[in-house]
Ligand binder design. Structure first.
Ligand code: ZN
Length: 329
């Protein structure tokens, strides 16, 4: 039985496996520029964040209907459950769909078909987090939040993703203020490829409660000290960091140093279909490559539930934490 864990950094569009991409393409009459799943899997060997993003957006063309989004989420939840995930806070990128003429309702209602029954079917509780694309304009983010207003009963928070460098968090001050006024929780990608200053800005200007990645905080000792003192969770994605060359090899990942510094780290899969593994695969990889002890792994699992947005279901959080404490490796 795998270690119970919560997954807090997961882009649902990044769970599209080549097999499902071809199935949806056939169902929707979409022509993919790859001969078969093998050729597509070969294309998943990109060099950096931008080449990954190009493929990621290209493949979204196969997602057209509510049923497509439901199938995508169901496939992820089944895989996550098999790897010990008990709770998943799932990002989605509405702007990438709206730009293709796929409406907010199709996306949210489709995802919700799977998420709404996930606890029952997969034993995985879920939350949905709407992400703004930071390489789009601030106005577009505001329009997106506006389009999401009829669906806020199913959306827990907002996030910020896509190409980081050149798009500092402060660009999105207004939409984050609007989201906070609507009672939405706030997270943002910061300090993945961008500098440590972006992390500080996400905290101070956007008011985020959790930092996605945050790896580059290690370049700024004062920031590390602050993140540790304020118990700001960081959602790390080790296999993603290797695939996108944020770190050269997993053995050099700063996760052990970050834990030693007292940071509230969690381990997540980011875009698992593209980056070589789901949540449990990431745990296995850091265990093997970084030689983490069983107690360190237990700490990471505990952190994932501590950092999750389960304030409206403290009973579930307590139950999951008890499961982690009782786990035998
Ligand atoms: Zn991400």
């Amino acid at each position: 039985m795998p270690l119970p864990k919560a997954e807090l950094h997961l882009h649902i569009e990044g769970t599209l496996e080549p097999e499902l991409a071809f199935e949806l393409a056939a169902r929707n009459g979409v022509e993919l520029p790859y001969t078969d799943t093998e050729a597509l899997r070969e294309a998943y060997r990109f060099e950096d964040l931008q080449s990954f993003l190009n493929l990621y957006y290209e493949l979204m063309a196969v997602l057209r209907t509510e049923r497509d989004f439901a199938d995508l989420a169901d496939a992820y939840l089944a895989r996550a459950a098999a790897q010990g995930v008990r709770h998943a806070e799932i990002f989605f990128d509405p702007q990438a769909h709206l730009a293709r003429g796929v409406g907010m309702g199709t996306v949210v209602d489709g995802l919700w078909r799977a998420l709404g029954r996930s606890e029952e079917v997969h034993g995985v509780s879920t939350r949905l987090i709407l992400c703004f694309l930071r390489d789009e304009s601030a106005e577009s983010a505001l329009e997106t939040l506006d389009a999401a207003k009829p669906y806020l009963d199913r959306i827990t928070g907002v996030g910020l993703d896509s190409a980081e460098v050149g798009h500092p968090p402060a660009k999105f001050r207004e939409v984050y203020e609007a989201a906070a006024a609507l009672g939405l929780r706030r997270v943002a990608h910061a300090g993945e490829e961008g500098p440590p200053e972006y992390i500080t800005e996400a905290l101070d200007v956007l008011g985020v409660e959790r930092v996605d990645h945050g790896l580059r905080c290690m370049e700024d000792p004062a920031l590390v000290e602050r993140l540790a003192r304020e118990r700001i969770p960081l959602t790390l994605c080790p296999l993603s960091n290797v695939r996108l060359r944020t770190v050269d090899v997993l053995a050099e990942h700063p996760l052990p140093a970050m834990l030693d510094a007292g940071l509230l780290c969690t381990v997540n899969s980011d875009d698992p279909a593209y980056f070589g593994g789901y949540a449990g695969d990431n745990f296995d990889a850091v265990r093997t490559s970084l030689g983490l002890s069983e107690e360190r792994l237990r700490e990471l699992a505990r952190n994932s539930f501590v950092a999750s947005f389960l304030e409206d279901d403290e009973e579930r959080r307590a139950r999951c934490l008890a499961e982690v404490d009782a786990y035998t490796f």
